[in-house]
Design a protein around this ligand. Sequence first.
Ligand code: 6PG
Length: 232
Amino acid sequence: MDELKHCDFTSRDELDAALAAEVAAQLAAAIARRGEASLVVSGGSTPLQFFARLSVQQLPWEKVVITLADERWVAPDHADSNERLLREQLLVNAAQAARFVPLKTADNSAEQAEQALGEALASLPEFDVVILGMGADGHTASLFPCAEQLERGLDLESTAACIAVQPSTAAHQRMSLSLSRLLQSRQLIVHITGAEKKAVLETALREQDACKWPIYAIVGQRKVPVALYWSE
Ligand code: 6PG
């Protein structure tokens, strides 16, 4: 399998436009092949304009299932909820016809939700496209280097599709897709901006330690094609 594919852009605007077109093309191809498509997206601040551009792509969105790589364990209308971000920025315009599978349940804690949600996520087909962000500490999804649950999340032998995570360096308990579920996919895309994150990724590629830099478990693996979409 090829190494990490680099797609660099001179502006965020160009990156967002190219990424939206690429994701729409991959979803359209999946629908043409199998009659349906699945997409995993991440929260945080980086994907805002990308979501806006993707939401207006012309696709049979009713045939697309969308879920999140991770969620903060807060009410779906909370300012920090990734679900809220998606409902406001992505599940609008043409994309409002897509089926959304939330990671936040009515359970009091992510631990309580882990098993039932994991079974529901395990029953989804192989994902067509998974888009991941990265924090300056090298976390991706909610696989945080500081979290004691990291080893479980990175365990490729594990059948758990999601894990409850308590980061010590970020707010809120989280629910994260596990590495093994993220890799049950046809295409991984890492979407980051800025020189600082680029330097972190380069360090991760050099040090090759997923416990220190969880993003390495994505960009260093060779099972699923992975592309890096980056701009200043
Ligand atoms: C989350 C995300 C997380 C995010 C990175 C980058 O819910 O926190 O899914 O993994 O992608 O933290 O976040 P920024 O885009 O805000 O830098």
